[in-house]
Write a protein that binds this ligand. Sequence first.
Ligand SMILES: [Fe+2]
Length: 465
Amino acid sequence: MATAIRNPYLSGNFAPVSEEVSVDDLPVTGALPPELNGRYLRIGPNPRGSDETGPGHHWFVGQGMVHGVRLRDGRAEWYRNRFVDGGDPANSPNTNVLAHGGRLLALVEGGGTPVAISPDLARMSTWDSEGALSRGFTAHPKIDPATGEMHSISYRISPGAENLRYAVMDATGKVTHTADLPVPGVPMVHDMAMTATRIVVLDLPVTLSTQAVDRLAAGAPQSGDALPMRWDEGHPSRVGVLPRGGTAEQIRWFDAPRAYVFHVLNAYDAPDGSIVMDVVRYDTVFRDAFRGPADGLPALARWTIAPHRGTVSEQVMSDYGVEWPRINQDRAGRPHRYGWLGGVGPQSLRLSDDVSRDRGGAFEPGPLVKFDTVTGEVTAHHFGAGRVTQEPVFVARPGAEREEDGWILSVVYDGNTDRSELVVLDAADVGAAPLARVHLPRRVPFGFHGNWVRDDELGAQPGEG
Ligand SMILES: [Fe+2]
């Protein structure tokens, strides 16, 4: 269909792949660190059939597809990709895949339920923690590295759903605490922040558009209506702070910079009682461009929440376009110095939706970027002409003490060959040549999030693969 082909998020490496494949014994250039025993998993939307709503299609929408690369003892044992199918055709998480409580979980926000996936990607089933997550979950829960507890803020894309749900799960996946947090206007709450003692809720000016919902229901969707969230000048921009395990009565709201944040790099408690929260921020999203976050370039900023002063101050740390911020997860909720991110190219700048339609305005991935929050230094790893990455994942070297002692894993798309690779870099020296490149048998479409899952995180399960 001509209209679908012109949508940049259905073209090039944004386009879905149709086949599920399984390939063993992947060729490797360089040497894989033998300590990498586990699976690199990555997920994104892979629309098919009725998912593709033509002019209304939005990058964030469509059936999920998980891609996995199995590494063991310095070898790349397999690549597999599978549609996410937990038995309910209406529920196919497409945004994040991670391990918690011995389970591999595919996650999405806005009302979808997690889907548990076997380690060999062969079996899937909806998982809602004994009904506690049946109203939906989030793609960006925070796991405390000390306790294994998982904290989550969820919302539902539904008119009138004016409560956020705060849920805490223990290290086994059992929900131990929930609290409903009244928030008017159905804001898009993609991420949150966690410190060692507190939770930060993001209530920013992107909300559910009833007009977009109505157009979609009436069958005459406009650009981006498949995700009916829009920049909302009438909505406040604020952050809510509550103690971990807290309730609505304990939340305190503070005016925040007028911006949108999909992703928080990390947050921690400062000695003076403030919260330091590093975010990737946009001036606006879904105001000018509606198929993806292409109003303008995202940048890394530090938001300092000072409850004793009642203020949130912002310091833009770099004008380098970045997204998909990741830290050494051992530092989650604790002071961090380094972030590893995906660079985002200038093509995403200020293009109208008409221009986006002609391919130029897609959200363009770029190099791997390491950011030092102490010195402000940006180090980029360019993968070569026509070769770009998205979200990096930091994997700590076993026994490491230094924050940056480990590896960066990321999938690199090569436009010259129309295939992808799993590339391993030295996290402390990302400017150096890759340590290893695992050649995948196909391209991995531009998606959202991935994680490295060690074998010991999944325990002994049937279908280890
Ligand atoms: Fe995300």
